[in-house]
Design a protein. Sequence first.
Length: 149
Amino acid sequence: MCIHRCFFVGHRDAPSSLYEHLKAEIRRLIISENVQEFVIGSYGSFDALASSAAVRLKSEFPDIRILRLLPYYHPSCTILLPDGFDGSLYPEGLESVPKRFSIIRANQYMIEHCGYLICFVRHSFGNSGKLLEFASKKEQKGKIHIIRL
């Protein structure tokens, strides 16, 4: 677990009205918890909102790092990062995972390797619900802090 790292899990159809609350929670983690690294996926509106909020806060907190989570990787492919991102993270061991399970396994890896999770999950079915359930078990053991929006 990396206590100074935050990951995000949320539904693809998250409303844009979450933006200010999401940005406030990221700011709070930077100031109060000394979180310095934010790892964000690239699927759906929740990831887009998290990316936008983190990049906006980077102008206020230039020392934070924003990384794109890569569930797929091939050495011959060029990785294009959004403006404001510092790099990417491809989880160790993912190269042996079948492609259809790559996103789920990449997300599980992040939950196991971060200290904070910001999530927007409104129902238990689907990948976001399953990931929150997975993270909640880790939270009960004191291995992660979950912030539910």
